[in-house]
Design a protein around this ligand. Structure first.
Ligand SMILES: Cc1cc2nc3c(=O)[nH]c(=O)nc-3n(C[C@H](O)[C@H](O)[C@H](O)COP(=O)(O)OP(=O)(O)OC[C@H]3O[C@@H](n4cnc5c(N)ncnc54)[C@H](O)[C@@H]3O)c2cc1C
Length: 764
């Protein structure tokens, strides 16, 4: 969420469908120059998008995954856009909505489509037996498996179907990679045989004759068999059939034929060409629906038809960004005429490339270096974003401007959402002491010994658990935020060994036109309802109000057997301390706000937050857990100290065994911490440590506030291994690190936590 823009209500929704080459430029430009009142939403299948120019180099092993991908998470944050990482499956042009398989539709006032194309698989058996090169993300997932299959020493015939630049580059990249992989192991690649099939009379038919001859020479020199004029008409498990009736034995088939469009575009009623691509004017505007724009492979410019190529998608970015802005402002659109001749730099697998432009061709290692420089410069534009501008904090009136006031006001501008927005533990306990609340009869767990929830006697063995949570959104996709808020709220009931039964929602929705407010509410509640349903909880009511920022919480009711309540107290010396989820959400989302977190870190953190604690709680209880809590805003150490204090014991924690979310150490190392961290760090006084431990980023993470964190429990030492095994089989806390320490007898000072680098040997 861009805090500068959030001051204005959302008046118009610009939805960018697909994170392709044109849309990354639109995001960058809107980030540099936002349009107040316009909410940008990027819908993309994945949180990163591959750059086509570097794809052959990625396969050949010249580039790492990160070098060849644009990370859409920081880019959308930079643009002040909502990121919705899901696959669109349809369009409702009447109601102006993008549809999905598993979540409510997203409405737009203006829609721009840049979803690329996939190779057409309309040949019998191709969908079942060939590996299409696109979607590239899915191809790359399969590529690792393919490499493994090709490494076995037996003869393998690899067929690439498609003789355009994409197919030729792909084949040469695969061949180069396999040769270098096997040579590194001291083995030969002679068992691998390569075949290139194309239905045209020569390879690279859209390039000049010199380029074709250079590649014919390169392919011949590398032992590749070219099957020109061979249209593949059928693919079977280990065979290809061509139109001339011949059959070819093959082991692997890679598919890079002519581009095809997503079928749901034509089905929606949008004007498309005979191949299903969106027909657009020279302003990149749909000729049938003026509120829809399209660019890249998916667009067919009716006045200037061009081949499907990343070059055009890249070039269309700036005029598309300008025209979307003009359309939003009701200004005349700009006409765009793509160049007729363009430079292609086509690689030959090794660090060598061929340049092609109109009738001109040239080749050499220098062409590769040239291409490499261009490609890296392009990637820097989107992966190295300008530092976040400081949000202007309100001026403190002169008479009030003491040091504490100025610090509080400037910190306000960067305050985290999620559990980072919680009030610190000591602030809370001081406030409660001041009002002097006392519990009434029938309260089994109340404010005199606070726990994860309150427990009230119901008569007999039954007791009711009441708990409440609320926080501001730190995730810009309201559906996912709803899911996380619900998972978080249920954590308290599970931590007490109870079953959640019903929930009341408290929602704050940002001000705006009624339709926008309704849609946000629908999304946030749909996400929450999905999680509540999965854990068997009924949503029975709630309260909604408008406010400056999106916020959601739940009052949850549950039940528990009064004799089996899991409390924070009850730890016994010798118990092993088990943590069921990795920590680090506070620092990761603080980094995300500053557009410094990678998409895979945030995706990993969200996956962890969405994992229900229900099964973990059952497992811990089945293994005789002596005490339990859920790790949330006060951080791992804050919650541990609460347990130690009430249990009157100490603990030794093995810092190396504490599981961390991917990226958390890097963001802490970069000095990015949640705004709640300083309050949590006050507990540092209870820790016995050496200076070199306290300098580790891991140490800082002990204080990191968690949203929808895992359970922290004491389990009798003799049951700890079995408990861990079962937790792992349930999908919790991969790795042995989840046994994070041992409960020790109370020493001479209250609540003492000793930290060691590694004590893991003690748990074997
Ligand atoms: C092997 C190979 C090598 C190539 N090499 C080059 C080259 O060197 N130079 C060159 O100019 N061109 C090259 N091309 C062509 C190039 O890949 C495409 O022309 C280019 O990627 C098109 O860009 P785009 O922006 O239209 O779409 P894409 O780059 O394909 O991006 C589309 C984006 O939309 C997302 N998306 C797709 N469908 C959905 C959906 N339903 N819902 C949500 N999100 C969706 C995708 O995840 C992706 O992020 C190559 C192609 C291949 C196959």
């Amino acid at each position: 969420m861009n805090f500068l823009l959030s001051a204005l209500p959302v008046l118009k929704d610009l939805v960018l469908l697909g994170g392709g080459h044109s849309h990354v430029e639109v995001l960058k430009r809107f980030g540099m120059e936002p349009l107040p009142g316009v909410r940008l939403t990027l819908i993309s299948r994945g949180f990163e998008t591959p750059y086509s120019g570097m794809l052959p180099g990625l396969i050949a092993g010249h580039y790492s995954h990160d070098e060849a991908h644009i990370d859409l998470q920081p880019l959308t944050r930079f643009a002040g856009a909502r990121a919705v990482f899901d696959e669109a499956v349809g369009l409702d042009l009447v109601n102006r909505q993008v549809r999905f398989a598993h979540r409510p539709p997203i409405s737009y006032d203006l829609l721009s489509i840049d979803i690329g194309s996939t190779p057409s698989l309309d040949v019998a058996g191709a969908a079942a037996h060939a590996v299409p090169v696109k979607p590239i993300g899915r191809f790359l997932d399969r590529w690792t498996l393919l490499c493994e299959r090709l490494r076995t020493g037996t003869r393998k015939r690899i067929a690439v179907v498609g003789g355009g630049a994409g197919g030729v580059e792909l084949l040469l990249a695969v061949q180069f990679r396999m040769r270098t992989l096997l040579e590194r192991e001291g083995r030969s690649a002679a068992h691998l045989e390569y075949h290139l099939f194309t239905d045209s009379s020569r390879i690279l038919p859209t390039h000049n004759g010199s380029v074709c001859r250079i590649f014919e020479r390169v392919l011949r020199d590398r032992g590749v068999r070219i099957h020109a004029g061979s249209s593949v008409v059928e693919v079977e498990a280990a065979r290809l059939r061509t139109a001339d009736g011949q059959s070819h034995d093959v082991d692997e088939v890679l598919w890079t034929t002519a581009a095809a469009a997503a079928p749901w575009l034509a089905e929606s009623g949008l004007a498309v060409d005979e191949a299903g691509f969106v027909r657009v004017s020279s302003a990149l505007q749909s000729i049938s629906h003026p509120e829809v724009f399209a660019a890249g492979d998916i667009a067919a410019m009716i006045d200037h038809p061009r081949p499907k190529s990343g070059v055009f998608a890249v070039r269309q970015g700036p005029p598309l960004a300008r025209n979307l802005r003009y359309a939003l402002l009701g200004e005349p659109l700009e006409r765009y005429r793509p160049q007729r001749q363009f430079l292609s730099l086509i690689s030959t697998g090794d660090r060598y490339a061929v340049a092609s432009r109109g009738p001109w061709a040239s080749e050499g290692a220098w062409v590769w270096r040239w291409k490499d420089r261009i490609d890296r410069r392009f990637m820097r534009r989107y992966n190295e974003l300008p530092a976040m501008q400081a949000v202007e904090a309100p001026q403190v009136p002169a008479g009030l401007a003491d040091e504490a006031a100025i610090a509080a006001v400037s910190e306000m501008a960067m305050r985290c959402g999620g559990c980072g927005s919680k009030v610190g533990a000591s602030v809370l306990s001081r406030a409660l002491q001041r009002i002097g609340v006392a519990d009434r009869p029938g309260v089994l767990v109340g404010l005199d010994a606070p726990d994860d929830g309150a427990v009230i006697e119901m008569g007999g063995e039954r007791a009711a658990i009441h708990t409440v949570d609320f926080f501001r959104s730190m995730i810009d996709d309201p559906y996912v935020f709803g899911q996380v808020a619900a998972a978080h709220a249920l954590g308290d009931v599970f931590a007490m060994g109870g079953e959640a039964q019903s929930a009341l929602a408290v929602v704050t929705i940002p001000h705006g036109p009624e339709a926008k407010v309704e849609e946000t509410l629908t999304h946030v509640m749909a996400g929450a309802a999905a999680v509540l349903r999965a854990d068997g909880v009924a949503l029975v009511g709630g309260h909604t109000s408008e406010g400056a920022e999106l916020g959601l919480g739940f009052a949850v009711n549950g039940c528990v057997n009064a004799s089996r309540i899991l409390r924070k107290s009850g730890l016994r010396p010798g118990d092993r301390l088990i943590l069921t989820k990795a920590i680090g959400t506070g620092t990761l989302f603080a980094a995300d706000m500053r557009h410094r977190a990678k998409g895979r870190w945030i995706t990993g953190a969200i996956r962890s937050m969405l994992q229900s604690n229900r099964e973990a709680a059952r497992c811990l209880q089945a293994h005789g857990a002596t005490a339990c809590t859920d790790v949330t805003g006060f951080g791992l150490l804050g919650h541990l100290v609460e347990m130690l204090r009430t249990s009157e014991v100490d603990a030794e924690i093995d810092l190396a065994a504490v599981p961390l979310l991917d990226g958390a150490e890097q963001t802490v190392q970069a000095g990015i911490l949640s705004s709640l961290q300083p309050q949590n760090v006050r507990l540092r006084r209870v820790i016995a440590i050496t200076p070199e431990i306290s300098a580790q980023p891991r140490f800082a993470l002990l204080f990191d506030p968690q949203t929808s964190g895992g359970l922290l429990a004491g389990v009798p030492w003799e049951r700890a291994d079995a408990c861990m095994n079962e937790l792992r089989s349930l999908g919790y806390a991969a790795g042995a690190g989840a046994v994070i320490g041992t409960v020790t007898p109370r020493g001479d000072r209250p609540e003492r936590v000793s930290l060691a680098h590694s004590l893991t040997g003690r748990y074997d």
